[in-house]
Design a protein around this ligand. Structure first.
Ligand SMILES: NC(=O)C1=CN([C@@H]2O[C@H](COP(=O)(O)OP(=O)(O)OC[C@H]3O[C@@H](n4cnc5c(N)ncnc54)[C@H](O)[C@@H]3O)[C@@H](O)[C@H]2O)[C@@H](O)CC1
Ligand SMILES: [K+]
Length: 480
């Protein structure tokens, strides 16, 4: 089952892999024609009612596969209002080939006639809410006619995010949906054909730019709505928590606070005026600090534990205590990872080990990335947490879903890049599911590293990454 927006991610990922949407539309249109052949005999009257989006575009393709039928093609609205290039190209192809097309400018101009089959291609995954005119009148005409109604992807009026059927939706007799079924279709009690439209499995396995379409920032949002992150780090090291916290800000979090030993607070602050420091006594994290930190952590959307904390026994004991009592989402990195297998917690952890740290946690790895995918997935299932295992192929799994990131380059083996990744993961985990947050973060930081190395060659340092994070993360917004 895929929601409309999940389908959008997969579709954009397919395009990133070299299978553009126009090819998918051709497959979709052909699949609809195959279904028509099971519902009508040659010479029967088949009427296509196409909307102005890609759902309509699918059926404009279908028309070219139905030459043996008595065909009518109705476009709801003006041809110059067709909203996508690929749908318009398919409309233009029908004009050049002199197919019998008609445009329906408003609901009063609609005459559905008495077709044997009507293809409902008015609206697909692009809509929510009740049908507006002229689609509403067309839906009524279809529902009242004796024709067999074949809906393309979803019956027009079905919300593919929630599965809710609008009161004035099309009452389909048959549905051809694409790639995977959609919410609401199983409840319809009509035959649903799931058509393979040639989307490679890789479009769901590999993290590609389509995954960035999950991101949105509400224009009406206030400070804090986009996430507050607490970084617990520092002591023996000061650079790591500063990198993590700055990366969390570049990853889109509104407020990032760093809880660190008081003796290093000034130094960490000195790296950036954007950071808010919450010092605790002493020069390293220890069990007496945990109660206050737990209270502070509960006020944040995401906790990030590990960067620069070191591995003193008292520190690791404190990390274990903090995570055991925590109930939110926490990113666990660096030395803090070693405590994860030994604790019981209600928290959702996103653990970000490299392969060496994975072994230290009791996991297994393999030279072969495909084998590693299986090993990481089963270890994630065993610890019942989300893992982001860093490497030339980043493997992200929560034990049920598994994604693979292929961005990044050997220039990123320098110190500090992992701290940046933890920060971006923590910021995204404020607004995304843990698995999606980790996947988008891995893709983004790797892509940023690729851009930096493309521009300047190797010799990258972790601070180079920070400023470039937004340009990758929000590239779609910038292009739009
Ligand atoms: N995502 C994918 O991977 C693929 C999608 N394809 C098709 O593309 C469809 C989605 O296309 P689009 O995103 O262009 O969207 P749609 O074609 O579903 O709808 C967009 C149109 O609906 C209008 N609209 C929105 N809300 C409305 C309402 N309540 N009442 C009346 N009109 C309304 C908009 O103005 C716009 O013209 C899918 O359902 C599927 O049929 C296929 O071509 C192949 C691959
Ligand atoms: K439809």
């Amino acid at each position: 089952m895929l929601t409309g927006s999940e389908m959008g991610v997969v579709d954009e990922n397919a395009a990133a892999l070299g299978v553009p949407r126009k090819q998918l539309m051709e497959s979709s249109g052909h699949a609809v024609a195959r279904a028509v052949r099971t519902l009508a005999d040659p010479g029967d009257q088949v009427t296509i009612v196409a909307g102005r989006g890609n759902n309509g575009g699918d059926a404009l393709v279908t028309a070219r596969f139905l030459d043996e039928y008595d065909l009518r093609v109705l476009l709801l609205g003006r041809p110059d209002a067709i909203s996508t290039t690929i749908a318009r190209e398919n409309w233009d192809a029908l004009q050049h080939a002199e197919y019998p097309t008609e445009t329906v400018r408003d609901s009063s101009a609609l005459d559905l006639g008495t077709p044997d089959v009507v293809i409902d291609a008015m609206l697909g995954t692009g809509i929510a809410g009740d049908l507006r005119e002229p689609a509403a009148t067309a839906a009524t005409a279809m529902n009242e006619s004796d024709a067999t109604v074949l809906s393309v992807d979803v019956p027009s009026g079905l919300d593919a995010e929630t599965g809710r059927l609008a009161d004035n939706a099309v009452d389909a007799d048959h549905v051809v949906t694409f790639h995977d079924t959609k919410p609401g279709l199983p409840d319809l009690d009509v035959p649903v054909t799931v058509a393979d439209i040639g989307i490679p499995d890789a479009a769901e396995l590999f993290i590609e730019r389509g995954d960035l379409t999950r991101l949105e920032r509400d224009p009406a949002s206030h400070k804090g709505d986009n996430g507050e992150v607490l970084v617990v780090g520092g002591g023996p090291y000061t650079g790591a928590p500063a990198l993590t916290a700055q990366a969390a800000l570049r990853g889109g979090a509104d407020l990032v606070r760093v809880a660190c030993p008081a003796v290093v607070a000034r130094e960490i602050q000195s790296y950036s005026e954007n950071l808010i420091l919450r010092p605790f006594d002493g020069d390293h994290l220890a069990p007496p600090h945990v109660d206050n930190l737990a209270e502070l952590a509960a006020e944040h959307d995401t906790l990030i534990v590990g960067p620069g904390l070191g591995n003193a026994d008292a520190t690791l004991e404190a990390v274990g205590d903090l995570l055991s009592g925590f109930e939110g989402t926490a990113v666990v990195d660096a030395d803090a990872l070693s405590v994860v297998p030994d604790i019981e917690t209600d928290a959702d952890l996103v653990c970000t080990p490299h392969q060496g740290e994975l072994l230290g946690m009791g996991g297994e790895t393999s030279e072969d990335w495909r084998e590693r995918v299986d090993l990481v997935e089963s270890f994630a299932s065993e610890v019942d947490q989300t893992l982001l295992v860093k490497g030339p192929y980043d493997i992200v799994s929560d034990g049920e879903r598994t994604r693979v990131g292929r961005t990044g380059n050997p220039g990123m083996t320098v110190g500090g890049t992992g701290d940046v990744l933890a920060g971006v993961t923590g910021a995204l985990a404020c607004v995304q599911e843990p698995l999606d947050a980790a996947a988008i973060a891995a893709y983004t930081v790797g892509t940023v590293g690729d851009q930096v190395v493309d521009d300047r060659g190797y010799g990258l340092v972790a601070t180079d990454l920070l400023d470039e994070i937004p340009s990758v993360l929000w590239q779609r917004e910038a292009e739009a």
